[in-house]
Design a protein around this ligand. Structure first.
Ligand SMILES: [Zn+2]
Length: 337
């Protein structure tokens, strides 16, 4: 079994039969092959091996795809770099913030990983700007993998292909629908809504019309330029329950990330602090930046993107706390009770 903390804090337990593990391995192996991994490629798996499904899912798939597995697990970036160099890692898998961490440490040490070609990242907010940044920083092709505990784990729902024009959904394994979250009615292709899936092949805990809370839209049902016929959905914009409403404006943490990364000199680590002051929400955005970036520059960029300017502080690079594993970007505080 695997377990996630669940977005509401109630643990979600996913049991597996032997066939479920095979199904997971099949979906995940497709992701590796789609990214260009070949049998024998050294694959460094850095998500946690434990209740969180990331490490084991990457492992089952890597075995099914015939890859050489380095089950590194999270943390100890110096050792990760050593492993990658010594074993000529070609495929690196991680939660998004760990990809960023690896990039930062390599930059600090003025090191590169010339054998590394493919990065598969997931489990966290992943804006287009961050994908570009990791892709050019590590000089690799970056993939956005999709799956959750309820669908059977990482990679079960799909991933983007080398054309990077949306996430291919494994439609032989899952039926997906995009619905209006208020009415439950299916929306037209191209219209944004909540992704709902039905698992066709899972045994221990099949799901029928499971509401993911993830917001996206169908990009196309036509054959992709990569040749695959599985439909494509847009990378997840945000989660229905992650949507922040401040001063009457609805927005997602991803929009803040996208805006921040557009400011020259800004770092990769940031905090969004939603403060509820006597029942009214306000938001602060703390960032890391190189000398010369001022709070005014950050406020101005955010005002253009969101329509109001959150307050916040600018810290030197490395000045904000970091976590191993899944990064926490949004903090909620109550003031005045
Ligand atoms: Zn494709």
């Amino acid at each position: 079994m695997h377990m996630s903390s669940g977005s509401t804090g109630t643990p979600v337990v996913m049991p597996y039969t032997r066939a479920d593990l095979d199904q997971w391995a099949e979906c995940m192996a497709r992701c590796y092959r789609m990214a260009g991994a070949k049998p024998g490629d050294a694959t460094q798996i850095t998500p946690l091996f434990g209740l969180f499904n990331g490490g084991f899912g990457m492992y089952h798939g890597a075995r099914a795809a015939g890859l050489f597995v380095i089950p590194a697990g999270p943390g100890n970036t110096a050792r990760q770099i050593r492993l990658a160099k010594d074993l000529k890692t070609r495929v690196f898998t991680a939660v998004v913030s760990y990809g960023v961490r690896l990039m930062e440490i390599l930059e600090e040490q003025n090191e590169t990983l010339p054998d590394l070609k493919i990065g598969i990242f997931g489990a966290e907010v992943f804006s287009e700007s961050m994908k570009k940044k990791i892709s050019s920083g590590l000089n690799i092709d970056v993939f956005d993998i999709y799956g959750m505990t309820e669908s059977g784990g990482v990679g079960t729902l799909g991933m983007d292909c080398p054309a990077h024009d949306g996430i291919h959904i494994w439609e032989d394994q899952y039926i997906i629908e995009i619905i209006d979250p208020r009415t439950g009615e299916a929306v037209d292709d191209g219209e944004e809504g909540e992704l709902v899936f039905t698992s066709l092949t899972r045994e221990a805990l099949p799901m029928i019309r499971f509401r993911t809370a993830d917001l996206t839209h169908v990009i196309s049902r036509d054959t992709c330029e990569c040749g695959r016929t599985h439909l494509r959905v847009a990378p997840i914009t945000g989660r229905r329950d992650d949507m922040l409403i401040v001063k009457g404006v609805n927005f997602f943490p991803k929009q803040i990330e996208q805006t921040l990364l557009g400011i020259p000199g800004i770092g990769n680590n940031y905090q969004i602090i939603v403060e509820e002051v006597d029942g009214v929400n306000d938001v602060r955005v703390n960032v890391e930046a190189e000398p010369g970036v001022t709070g005014y520059m950050v406020e101005k960029a955010l005002k253009e993107a969101l329509g109001f300017s959150p307050k916040g502080d600018v810290y030197p690079l490395g000045g904000l706390p970091r976590q191993e594993g899944k990064a926490k970007r949004v903090f909620h505080k109550k003031i005045g009770e």
